[in-house]
Design a protein. Structure first.
Lengths: 328, 328
């Protein structure tokens, strides 16, 4: 897709910032452990959002590279620590950091990336960026970090619970996923020198596409074919994970359907996947999830109307669409 | 001791800042897990150093409360994560966070305290503090966090190694312990509006007493009586820990003494403690450690000469002495 080419292009400068930031880390095992997931790739959509929002409000992309790199490091830090907490052995098709270096070094690698992220934002300096804006960008980024921790705690709280309300589920994905994407678009707008209204609009834009991104993940798990998705369809069901479909169905279903769905989610048995999808469909939960994602993306795009036309604005528009167009 | 009364007095405002900062954390288990070690106490010397250095350069103590609270939260974060990494089940006479809440929640509790620390520094605002100074204070604090991670990685690298050079040992304790104490005194001086020379002198003061603090810890382990120390004498030897005495002896000793010391450190046998101390004494390693700590403290006190006389300056002087006077 055209938009992914642009994101890839923008990521060159981000990768360079990250490499410079991590270059001096000592000792060598800390250096390699903290670089591992970064070297494994990733789409780099979050840092592209920082750069694009900075440009969309009339700023220079160069001003925002350090903050963009910071946002990617925070994302990486949270992946490394989440993999330890969730006991996930693989990440981006490679062994997770704790799988290769052990938990103590993986904890440290996350901690040091977190520190490096803040170091990068404090290094943001350019004639046209007042120090107050750097502090506001820092506040934005740090606030999302607090939310990421809270979101992960909520997610862990959900484990084994099957009476999660839709409202609580949405709060969890807002904190765990959308808050950092909102921090990316908001901090980009701040560093780019956007007006208060622009900063607020782009912050909301980020939050909306962040929510849509997570809900689309839930949706893809049940409507894809395995080849496109790159993993077995229905694996969320087999793992008994909370998704928007699950919470929606559990709130609407008859006691009998509810009990059946719960027993499927608790079974871990792949052969039940289709039956769970049937129950979701009985309560229109799959359409419901898709509709919510679509509505979020449409609202996000509408918020861009207040911005002057520019290639960056068009890219943000296309990125919002990409959230729903992607197949994996 | 008089100076501990002053530190306790200063800690009241710091405790209030910390309580306010953590008050909103959600869900409740994240809130309690991240408060646990803080409620367990601690001497609060680091935050007192932030407040005292701010005052010593002519600033208002009030300006520095948020940074003082931040430094204490960073210290707490590192204790929580270190306890997981080192497998230590107890902290401050209480079960460690991971002992009570499990490792995943303990990782998160550390992460959220880390985030809250940076939030606190970004909230530092007063008419007389230019935003540039807040950013410089942030850089100071974040730089010490990177060093703490590197120091812990170096410390873990030392495990099982018995050919650690004195230089490497000193680098490790500088990063793991002294860097945060130096960040406390430096950031206090910055927030207090100190001159470049004052900031540099107080940063060095912090580094020197931080080094002395750790070396005194090593020293106390072999010269105390159990009642005063609050734990068995020689427990570093039983645990086979690197200390300044060990690295000094290993560099100076005959092959026979070296081999004997190594086999004692590897044995984990308490009955060998006195023999290890004999070997340390044969190479004057205990006196050597005490001399280095004393020299650091004297240098630290000398750096205070450039400051105008004030109660804060006197307290910093007394705190430097306290590092060597303390019995546990």
């Amino acid at each position: 897709m055209e938009i992914l080419k642009l994101v890839k292009n923008y990521s060159i400068g981000v990768d360079r910032e990250i490499e410079n930031a991590l270059d001096t880390l000592d000792p060598e095992n800390l250096h390699s452990a903290s670089n591992h997931i970064i070297k494994a790739g990733g789409k780099k959509i979050r840092p592209a959002l920082v750069l694009l929002t900075a440009e969309a409000v009339g700023g220079n992309r160069k001003w925002a590279y350090k903050t963009a790199a910071a946002v990617e490091l925070i994302h990486t830090f949270s992946l490394i620590h989440d993999d330890i907490m969730d006991g996930d052995e693989m990440r981006r098709g490679m062994p997770a950091v704790h799988t290769l270096w052990g938990e103590p070094m993986a904890i440290l690698a996350g901690d040091v990336l977190f520190s490096k992220a803040f170091e990068l934002v404090t290094q943001t300096q350019a004639e046209d960026i007042p120090s107050e804006n750097v502090i506001t960008a820092l506040k934005t980024v740090v606030d999302s970090c607090i939310k990421i921790c809270e979101g992960q705690a909520l997610d862990m709280d959900f484990e084994g619970k099957l009476d999660v309300k839709e409202e609580d589920y949405l709060k969890m994905i807002y904190k765990k996923t959308a808050a950092l994407i909102a921090a990316a678009t908001k901090s980009g707008a701040i560093i780019g020198g956007g007006s208060e209204e622009q900063v607020e609009a782009l912050s909301q834009y980020g939050e909306l596409i962040g929510m849509a991104f997570q809900i689309q993940d839930d949706y893809l798990d049940v409507i894809s074919d395995e080849e496109e998705l790159g993993k077995p369809v229905g694996s969320d069901i087999v793992e008994g994970k909370m998704t928007l479909m699950v919470v929606h169905t559990l709130e609407a279903a008859t006691d009998a359907d509810k009990e059946e769905l719960i027993s499927i989610l608790e079974s871990g048995d792949e052969s039940n996947t289709n039956r769970a999808i049937e129950i979701f469909n009985k309560y229109d939960s799959i359409t419901y999830a898709r509709d919510i994602a679509l509505e979020n993306v449409n609202q996000a795009k509408k918020l861009l109307d207040m911005m002057d036309d520019s290639p960056a604005k068009e890219a943000l528009y296309n990125l919002a669409d990409f959230v729903l167009e992607r197949k994996n």
